[in-house]
Design a protein around this ligand. Structure first.
Ligand code: CA
Length: 419
């Protein structure tokens, strides 16, 4: 596929994240206006509430874009998703005879604030990157051997929808219980091993019935789109609490997502297969489509008061072992109902080389081998005032499908007890 040209000139740059091929969905406001749905095209946002009111776009029987979430469109199903995408392409394509009708509803992105693009129904996080799981084994248990179930099950845990926040939201270093290996008693205080996890988030568009299992192909059709996801992690709190049941407070203080939902339709041309299976999966986890996408990922770090930004990791979503569709199928296989707006974290994405690791725990090998920023400073874990940014781009022939930055700054821990 090549660049689809738009009459919005900025959208025709080969490196711009939001060409006509992309058309990602977000929620925005401008000074003194309400939050509403918008579509990114080049440096502009198409005000969907205004376009709907003007009769330029109508999907279904009632207005669905004058609200601060895209869940209503998701709930209408795949035919409605395709209908909207086709209509937007017709309106915004070079040579469209509706250009003069659409133009008044474009707003400069520079003048807009972005908000959560959808209402998160529930949040589940997986542990499905093989290199990451092997690294965790080496660091925490002294052996890269995977747990006995790892090559058979996309391992996950239920997180909290309330902890998912939009890019740009500052995160306080969490307080909690932690215990040094040689300490007799646990202590309470701010996490000293604060970390990120580089992940993709898959958004469930249409749900499944309670009690009814689904196939991988059905799961693939249910996925509406993807965002970048930073599953902030407090390693000292996590390490003390996670046995025998898994993460709880170590993960519950914040999960950041990028502001634009990049649709599965926009990513279709970037599909790529999951890696060769070390052990054959059980048949219920078989699907007919390539389940991953070729998306370049990058992690950037910027200490407070310093302009220079260091790329501390570069990898690719195709490094995952399990696809989002396999994870979604496994999630529902026992009868758990999946709902519109459910968010599935892929699990930390790490490639085979150190420079491709998707967490600071791996990059600094648990603090034993601190890494150096371009400014000369070293880091093992995140310090107060550091800003961490995830970036994602799928590169086509003369065009780019970008996600928009997923960024967050770490603030000092909140004093406890509160003063
Ligand atoms: Ca995670």
């Amino acid at each position: 596929m090549t660049l689809m040209k738009s009459w919005v000139e900025s959208a025709n740059d080969a490196n711009h994240p939001f060409p006509l091929n992309n058309l990602p969905y977000g929620v925005f406001s401008t000074a003194g206006t309400e939050e509403r749905c918008g579509v990114a095209i080049g440096d502009m946002i198409l005000d969907m509430a205004a376009a709907e009111e003007a009769g330029l776009v109508q999907i279904g029987d009632i207005a669905i874009f004058d609200v601060p979430y895209w869940n209503d469109l998701m709930d209408l199903g795949a035919d409605a998703w395709a209908e909207l995408r086709a209509r937007l392409i017709a309106l915004l394509s070079e040579g469209s005879d509706e250009k003069t009708l659409v133009e008044p509803h474009l707003i400069a992105m520079a003048h807009a604030d972005l908000h959560m693009p959808f209402a998160v129904s529930e949040y589940t996080d997986f542990y499905a990157g093989k290199q990451h799981a092997q690294n965790m084994g080496s660091i925490l248990r002294g052996s890269p051997d995977l747990p006995a179930n790892w090559l058979h099950i996309p391992i996950g845990y239920n997180g909290r929808a309330s902890s998912v926040v939009i890019s740009g939201t500052a995160i306080h270093r969490p307080n909690g219980q932690r215990k040094a290996p040689d300490a007799e008693m646990p202590s309470f205080g701010p996490s000293m091993r604060l970390d990120i996890e580089l992940e993709m988030g898959a958004i469930v568009g249409t749900g499944s019935e309670f009690g009814q299992p689904i196939t991988v192909d059905q799961a693939d059709d249910m996925i509406f789109g993807y965002v970048l996801l930073n599953d902030w992690s407090a390693r000292d709190i996590q390490g003390w609490e996670y046995q025998p049941l898994g993460p709880f407070q170590g993960k519950a203080f914040g999960t950041s997502i990028s502001p634009w939902i990049v649709t599965a339709a926009a990513l279709e041309t970037f599909r790529t297969s999951t890696p060769e299976r070390t052990k054959e999966l059980l048949p219920y986890l078989d699907g007919s489509k390539d389940g991953l996408y070729d998306i370049e990922l990058e992690v950037l770090m910027q200490p407070e008061g310093i302009e220079e930004v260091t790329a501390i990791s570069k990898t690719n979503y195709s490094r995952m072992y399990y696809s989002a569709a396999e994870q979604l199928c496994h999630h529902a296989i026992g009868g758990c109902a999946m709902n519109t707006g459910d968010l599935l974290g892929s699990g930390t994405i790490s490639g085979p080389e150190r420079a491709e690791y998707g967490s600071l725990l791996e990059l600094s090998w648990a603090g034993r081998e601190p890494f150096t920023l371009d400014t000369g400073e070293t880091r093992s874990f995140i310090e107060d005032g550091d800003t961490l940014t995830l970036r994602g781009n799928a590169r086509g022939d003369g065009f780019t499908i970008g996600f928009g930055d997923c960024t967050g700054k770490i603030l000092p821990a909140v004093a406890w007890p509160a003063k």
